[in-house]
Design a protein around this ligand. Sequence first.
Ligand SMILES: NC(=O)c1ccc[n+]([C@@H]2O[C@H](COP(=O)([O-])OP(=O)(O)OC[C@H]3O[C@@H](n4cnc5c(N)ncnc54)[C@H](OP(=O)(O)O)[C@@H]3O)[C@@H](O)[C@H]2O)c1
Length: 110
Amino acid sequence: MISLKNKKVVVVGASSGIGRALSKMFSVEGAIVYLISRTREKLGKVQKELSGVSSIHTMDMLDDVAVEKVFEEIGAFDFLTFTAVSDKTKLMSPIKSMTNETAQRGMEKF
Ligand SMILES: NC(=O)c1ccc[n+]([C@@H]2O[C@H](COP(=O)([O-])OP(=O)(O)OC[C@H]3O[C@@H](n4cnc5c(N)ncnc54)[C@H](OP(=O)(O)O)[C@@H]3O)[C@@H](O)[C@H]2O)c1
């Protein structure tokens, strides 16, 4: 298995669910974990559960300017995990009522 010791690991969607669980696992493995979602308070709770070095960054992944700013702050990283899913994309709606933009976002994960 790859060693995560001192590797920079970015988790988009770290404040709950899979992202939260992965963040804890990466931290136990010695990674430097960059916790990202929209909600600082929820990320703060996750950070308290981690054993190693981590930092909190808030952004709405649908906001290109915010995404660019956060990734500039973080700089080079080793691994990215992306578990966030936006409720605004309405990807679970009937396909015949989806706009082209929504369908395109499904392909892009956002
Ligand atoms: N959990 C499972 O067992 C499971 C199984 C199969 C598939 N999945 C799929 O895996 C994905 C993740 O599941 P999950 O259980 O981890 O979901 P979750 O607990 O709802 O977590 C979603 C994460 O995405 C973040 N998020 C939502 N909108 C965002 C936005 N616009 N910008 C930035 N961050 C945003 C949320 O944080 P904030 O609200 O703080 O922004 C949260 O951290 C979903 O697509 C789910 O359907 C889950």
